[in-house]
Design a protein around this ligand. Structure first.
Ligand SMILES: [Zn+2]
Ligand SMILES: [Zn+2]
Length: 97
């Protein structure tokens, strides 16, 4: 890029192109816009059992042998994950440590 007034080679100064000879600033002087960070939407576990895998587990309530299965880290990272089961038949939910 060259200066529109004196045709000198432009130098980048503070995010703009500036002529070192006549100090003309080229362009609108705007620094490139930073891309907005999109916040990730937290995944909600409740009410989405249809996407969960099913395992063989005995329901204490209705005697069904199949249940949805998911795991949750309930406390610190050192703690073991808690396993949750939800009966595919009566939707009774229980947990296993
Ligand atoms: Zn110039
Ligand atoms: Zn059940």
């Amino acid at each position: 890029m060259f200066c529109s007034k004196c045709s000198s080679l432009l130098m980048p100064v503070d995010g703009t192109m500036q002529c070192p000879a006549c100090k003309t600033v080229q362009g609108d002087g705007k620094i490139a816009e930073r891309k907005k960070k999109q916040k990730e939407i937290a995944v909600v576990q409740d009410g989405k059992t249809e996407h969960l895998p099913t395992v063989k587990a005995d329901c204490k309530k209705c005697g069904n042998t199949e249940a949805y299965f998911w795991m949750l880290q309930t406390r610190g990272a050192d703690e073991p994950e808690t396993r949750f089961f939800k009966c595919t038949k009566c939707e009774y939910t229980w947990r296993e440590y």
